[in-house]
Design a protein around this ligand. Sequence first.
Ligand code: ZN
Length: 132
Amino acid sequence: MSRSDGSALHSVAMAEPTKHHGSCHCGKVQYDVEIALDAAVACNCSMCMRKGTLLAFVPEDRFELRSGEDALTHYRFHKHVIDHNFCSTCGVTSFARGLRPDGAKVVAINVRCLDGVDLGALTIKQYDGKSL
Ligand SMILES: [Zn+2]
């Protein structure tokens, strides 16, 4: 998945970004993000397949974790480029931190965790993360 971040970021950067609030299920993890919500990536890597995440990517400076850093359990695999995490209380993955191929910090937002998201209005792009 790590090598896909650049193209995914490009594809969701078309519309104007607006502010959204995201959270885990129990509410310990809370964040604000500026994001253009017109598309999301469905990845078939071993992690995304199991979790069912729908991802959209933003530069780190458009993401602000309001609470819950100490509630996160971290998990890395494969090339260890992405800091996967989940809330240690409710188990929900609401975002992940990673690096783009050029080294820039990026945050992968699980758009399913944003308030008021209309999944039916999103263009879902299939990504072949399994082949990385
Ligand atoms: Zn939680």
